[in-house]
Design a protein around this ligand. Structure first.
Ligand code: ASP
Ligand code: MG
Length: 439
């Protein structure tokens, strides 16, 4: 069994869907195909929910109508036979009837989740109808029957495995399965989701649950790059990464992979491949247990970071000081990304200002608190870079003109992180691109 996941842009146009059908039928290997919503749809569904939450029913209705028109045209271009088109229109109409009813009744959070689920439900139905029209044998597996999260919104790995394998066993004659990314049921049995970009997570969970040979994530870029292609002139795809390296990169800003998605595949040692629908022959990036090589592999940056410095002479020679500080962040469920300490001060970074006021207020009794907003974490990731000769000297040589605010080195063997003002991000990434990669 193998898993192939296609993102929104890979199914966002009728011709792209046609191409996906070709990609999944190239070989005879049994596979589960996980699809996102058509590109733009989830954002549109979010705006419907936003309008309704503000009581703007007319606005919501208008967005629903526009979206429906988009799907009507999509069906015309996707399908050729009148009969399948009629089927598609009937099926898609049901979803828009549902959305239309929702614009009339009182809105709540559970309904909002139902709205958000419509994108993946529609994309998979349309794709399944296209396969049917092409005479490609397959089964459409409803993700809501096997994907579930617990009361803490964590996927129920054991239950997913059990349910999915039972469903697959009931379809033992089939070799091709289509299912929805992103959507699931929560502990209350309601429709829920794995958060934005969660289709990758679905793919990784499905791959783990079925002990697949590979989990392929198909997007519109040729794998993970050594640096941010949106910011830096010259970047190259990375062929091989370890799970740890990929997790650090995804977390620290590489947009290609959903940060939390990797662990299920990693746990079952299923290799993850990042591939490009536009260039299916390109090698892409393979993520496995092994790192493949030693040294710097990639740089990623994460914006919107806030640095908090707590300075206190009472910290001198005191024990328990850090625990008291960390407890404040724990209380407000705000994760800390970077930490540096000196004998009289500690600096930490967070990426959310939701409870910033409260946190600062509770830190003030410990000492002087300084807050710096608009910072970026630049992360240099690679296997054993902490032990690789010259990395540090080349790093700091490259960044002579950059006011580095914090450095985190040695926390793991494959990461060095710097905190810089976001206004220096582009310059920093470009300088490191030449300094560390010679690009
Ligand atoms: N459609 C969802 C989103 O746009 C899930 C995904 O694409 O991964 O966030
Ligand atoms: Mg996506």
């Amino acid at each position: 069994m193998k898993v192939m996941k296609f993102g929104g842009t890979s199914v966002g146009k009728p011709e792209r869907m046609h191409q996906v059908a070709q990609l999944i039928t190239k070989d005879g290997e049994a596979k589960i195909v996980v699809l996102s919503a058509l590109s733009g749809t989830t954002n549109t569904l979010v705006s419907i929910g936003d309008a309704l939450s503000k009581g703007d029913k007319a606005g919501a209705k208008q967005i629903v109508d526009q979206l429906e028109a988009h799907y009507k045209q999509f069906i015309l271009d996707l399908l050729k036979k009148e009969e399948t088109r009629a089927k598609a229109n009937a099926q898609i109409s049901e979803h828009f009837e549902f959305l239309n009813i929702i614009t009339k009744i009182s809105f709540n959070d559970a309904l909002n989740k139902d709205i958000l689920a419509q994108g993946e439900l529609m994309s998979t139905k349309l794709f399944s109808l296209y396969l049917e029209e092409q005479g490609i044998d397959h089964a459409l597996l409803p993700a809501l029957e096997f994907m579930s999260i617990d009361a803490n919104d964590e996927p129920q790995v054991a239950a997913i495995r059990k349910k999915l394998n039972a469903i697959l066993a009931a379809h033992s004659a089939k070799k091709l399965f289509i299912t929805q990314g992103y959507i699931c049921r929560n502990a209350r049995g309601e429709v829920d989701n794995l958060k934005r970009g969660g289709s990758d997570y679905t793919a990784s969970l499905v791959a783990a649950a079925t002990n697949s040979s590979v989990c392929e994530i198909w997007t519109d870029i040729d794998g993970m790059h050594n640096n941010d292609p949106r910011v830096v002139d010259k970047t190259v795809p990375i062929e091989q990464l370890s799970f740890e390296e990929a997790a650090e990169l995804a977390y620290f800003g590489a947009k290609i992979l959903h940060p939390t998605c990797i662990w299920p595949a990693q746990q079952e040692r299923v290799p993850v491949k990042l591939l490009n629908t536009m260039q299916p022959e390109a090698a892409g990036t393979t993520i496995t247990q092994e790192a493949g090589s030693v040294g710097v592999k990639a740089i990623a940056a994460k914006d919107g970071i806030i640095a908090i410095k707590i300075k206190s002479s009472r910290m001198l020679l005191a024990y328990g000081f850090l625990r008291k500080i960390f407890e404040v962040f724990e209380k407000y469920r705000t994760p800390i990304d970077m930490i540096t300490t000196s004998e009289v001060a500690v600096s930490v970074t967070i990426d959310s200002d939701v409870f910033l006021k409260e946190i600062v207020k509770e830190l003030e009794p410990f000492g002087t608190v300084e807050v710096d907003r608009d910072q970026s974490i630049v992360s240099i990731v690679g296997n054993e870079i902490a032990e690789t000769k010259d990395v540090l000297s080349r790093l700091f040589d490259s960044l002579k003109q950059v006011p580095v605010r914090m450095v985190s080195y040695g926390g793991s063997r494959h990461n060095i992180s710097l905190l810089i003002p976001s206004t220096f991000k582009q310059q920093t990434l470009q300088l490191l691109n030449s300094g560390l990669f010679g690009l």
